[in-house]
Write a protein that binds this ligand. Structure first.
Ligand SMILES: *Cc1c(COP(=O)(O)O)cnc(C)c1O
Length: 220
């Protein structure tokens, strides 16, 4: 006890004020998440619908909830009413579903477009070169708002190897921003995790998603 609080305070003191910390909470219980919120965390990221339903039920609106996991299409109808942002949108089909369900809830859903910045075969996310056109198409949907990009980057031994990928993501982010697409506000660039957030911030992240450095090693 107290460890999560110390971790959050330490992180907050290391990370510049304008940068948002998303506490990546997969496998954590409500008490752990509440401890992080009490220490100043304002955004919680969840990967799995079932787990997040339990947590949101227990914790409610003390923090904003971001969906940061892979989305199965049949789960969209449950995800939309629960979450304040979806960070992992990578297709027009998925966007269409989010748009439909958002309309039903009288909601305009903020989303980030997940980019497969390393162009890896097995990874989720849109290929970088497809992202501008994808965003243009999504911008025509009335109940969804593109707010920026999210990326994971490849698995690497040394986080320093992620720097060129983060740099590419930032370049793409700026290119899209310069297009001034109506209904699109390029505000958020979500990249960097416990091992790589410093590098991500140096390369232009506005949002970092941090799990183990807040909560400790995952129990599973
Ligand atoms: C788990 C997770 C994180 C955080 O990972 P840590 O290495 O524990 O900081 C960030 N983003 C996503 C999408 C995750 O699933």
């Amino acid at each position: 006890m107290g460890e999560i609080r110390d971790n959050v305070l330490k992180l907050r003191s290391e990370i510049p004020q304008g940068i948002n910390i998303v506490a990546a909470a997969k496998s954590r219980n409500a008490q752990e998440i509440l401890e992080a919120i009490d220490a100043g965390i304002t955004v919680v990221g969840e990967n799995y619908l079932q787990e997040s339903e339990e947590m949101i039920e227990a914790i409610g609106r003390k923090a904003a909830w971001h969906f940061i996991g892979h989305i199965q299409k049949n789960k969209v109808k449950h995800i939309v009413p629960l979450f304040d942002m979806i960070e992992t949108v990578d297709s027009l089909e998925l966007s269409g579903l989010i748009d439909q369900h958002s309309a039903k809830h009288g909601k305009i859903m903020p989303v980030l477009i997940e980019v497969n910045i390393g162009r890896e075969a097995q990874k989720h996310g849109a290929m970088p070169e497809a992202v501008p056109e994808l965003i243009r198409q999504i911008s025509g949907l009335p109940n969804i708002r593109v707010k920026g990009l999210m990326t994971m980057g490849p698995f690497v031994e040394d986080p320093e190897e992620l720097r060129p990928y983060f740099r590419l993501a930032k370049t793409l982010f700026e290119e899209i921003k310069a297009l001034n697409i109506p209904n699109v506000s390029m505000e958020d660039l979500s990249m960097g995790m416990s091992d790589s957030f410093r590098i991500a911030i140096e390369e232009g992240a506005t949002m970092v998603r941090i799990g183990t450095r807040i909560f400790g090693q995952r129990p599973y």
